[in-house]
Design a protein around this ligand. Sequence first.
Ligand code: 5GP
Ligand code: ZN
Length: 303
Amino acid sequence: MAAPDPYRELRDRLIDAELLFPTGVEGLYGRSQTYQEIVAAIDRMVHRWGTELKATAVYLPPVLARSTFNSTNYLQSFPDLMGSVHVFRGNDRDHAELVRRVETDGDWPALLEPGEVVLSSAACHALYPMCSGRLPLGGRRYEVSGFCFRHEPSPDPARMQAFNMHEVVYVGDHDVAQRHRDEGLVHGLGLLGDLGLDVTPVPANDPFFGRLGSALAAGQIEEELKLEGVTPICSEDKPTAIISGNCHRDHFGLPFGIETDAGEVAHSACVAFGVDRITVALLVRHGLDPAEWPGPVRAGLFR
Ligand code: 5GP
Ligand code: ZN
């Protein structure tokens, strides 16, 4: 008999409890009312923090301008994770051919063309073109939230292809950006700890593609540009990242022409809450019925 797979087991438990609904594609789920109320409560929690920081809140669609995507360098680093939106721009004859191919199992996507948008890979990417130009003295803070897509089909219910991300972002001076990441991650870990989650900060790297990618990943670790807060969801040995803190340096300031009030290239940093992963982590930690969660957790979260 095959060894039990804790990822599939948890996925099946969440589906049996009708917290998540399967779609036939790995990592893509419908969400129940109960699940969605947890998501909304986590979003409110991050929003309360954003409000304390006087961050401007921006709620984003799940798609990103292709022109923005082209300037983020994402394709150079993570070609295997991205998703592109293609659209039909043909005439009547092309339409007839399109329908013929659909009905005969033919290659109908070959008749589509790239649209103006791609799927968003990280909530903060849409923000940077909005910041082009000179920033006010002291820079600016934003809170950005929306659905993200990454092509990582997996039975692990904490690895979704479409998931919610809620970030608190700083754009401005380099030392403030570094502090935003460092102090912001500590604050975020505190918020998650208050929800009864056991979260440990660890140095991390993004999954850069290919041979060149290993060098980029090593550099990212060495320079501590990315830290994650990890918590056991399906496995004690392989805990899951539910929050990350990222120093981008001038990675976005440069291509998007963002300047500090002193005219220097702006740095940016973000603290990203993986809202779906936090939701799943809470369900695992406290049980599948939020009505039964410990009083202090309920009181802290559902307000
Ligand atoms: P990052 O940009 O650091 O990779 O992602 C930010 C946060 O989004 C992560 O810390 C994690 O909590 C969440 N996240 C990243 N990938 C996935 C995924 O595949 N599924 C889900 N549900 N959340 C993810
Ligand atoms: Zn970000």
